[in-house]
Design a protein around this ligand. Structure first.
Ligand SMILES: [Zn+2]
Length: 307
């Protein structure tokens, strides 16, 4: 079945790239509504932006959605991952600025708030995208691939020259609340060497050691160190979850990524969904629905984060 929030919930923070303060409220929405953003500060043009891959703009450092009137919202991926990871199908996300707040750099605050507020079932069947054929996209030595599977599974590998990151790989079935337990608290990361470059381009203006892990050679500069020894690859999986959530329905298939980022995952979705022979929309069977990210999760799944 489809799901929404029991009541609205509000977040306040700054945009990672803009550095500007933003207030964001997630509201319940009726069955069949889907996920929509609404810019409350926009006076000209349509303030509504659909959370859909067809509106995604290719940017290397975040995922940005833009409607026909040029009204946009940036850095949607950690929020989209949290919505998918909590099984939320229908919500309106209102915000008074151009960028989703970065909070602690992960999806944890969104997930905590959604599960504490409560996820409620709606009287409408859940549809999913069943992948029928293997589709792959590449960029240099990086690649991303979707192939058939019963629930959503992910396999990801990264390879950085920084000693503190290095080669990391992880395989995970997203059933049984795995997103909440294993991915949602992993933070965004960058290399200290890249910080000056990003700032010179007007990016990462809201970045701090508190909302991103900053690596310098073999060292972690952020206070408190890592939350998981392989936090970077977990965060890349979180990002991929958020980008896959722009499909408009949960995906039944295996996602594999090698050094993949937002642009590649979005190109992959485009490649799969622009050819109807690659997939079919299915009404989820009970077993399929039980295997999806977010199925059956509740505030009791947060116990490990209540410290
Ligand atoms: Zn991210």
């Amino acid at each position: 079945m489809q799901h929404t929030l029991r009541s609205k919930t509000t977040f306040k923070g700054v945009g990672l790239h803009s550095g500007k303060p933003v207030k964001l409220t997630v509201h319940p929405a009726p069955a069949e509504y889907g996920v929509w953003f609404k810019r409350t500060d926009v006076r000209q043009g349509d303030p509504f932006i659909p959370a859909n891959w067809q509106y995604a703009i290719h940017t290397p450092l975040c995922t940005r959605l833009e409607n026909e009137d040029g009204v946009a919202v940036s850095t949607v991926e950690h929020l989209m991952a949290a919505l998918a990871g909590c099984g939320l199908t229908n919500v309106v996300v209102e915000l008074d600025g151009p960028e989703v707040p970065i909070l602690d750099g992960s999806s944890l605050d969104f997930v905590r708030s959604f599960l504490t507020t409560g996820v409620v079932e709606q009287n409408a069947p859940l549809r999913a995208i069943e992948v029928l054929k293997t589709v792959e996209v590449t960029a240099g030595d990086a690649w991303a691939r979707l192939s058939p599977g019963d629930g959503l599974r992910m396999q990801f590998e990264i390879d950085f020259v920084e000693d503190a990151i290095g080669k990391q790989s992880k395989t995970l079935s997203l059933a049984n609340g795995a997103f909440v337990h294993h991915l949602c608290d992993s933070r965004t990361f960058c290399r200290n060497a890249d910080v000056e470059n990003m700032r010179a381009q007007g990016l990462a203006l809201g970045g701090t050691f508190e909302n991103a892990i900053v690596f310098d050679g073999g060292q972690v500069l952020s206070p408190g160190g890592l939350r998981h020894q392989d936090e970077p690859v977990r965060h890349k999986m979180l990002d991929a979850m958020g980008d896959l959530a722009l499909a408009g329905a949960p995906i039944l298939g295996l996602y594999e990524g090698y050094k993949a980022g937002h642009t590649l995952t979005n190109r992959l979705l485009q490649a799969v969904l622009s050819d109807p022979s690659n997939y079919q929309m299915v009404e989820c069977t009970t077993t399929q629905a039980q295997n999806l990210p977010g199925a059956g999760v509740s505030s009791s799944d947060l116990i490990e984060f209540n410290t």
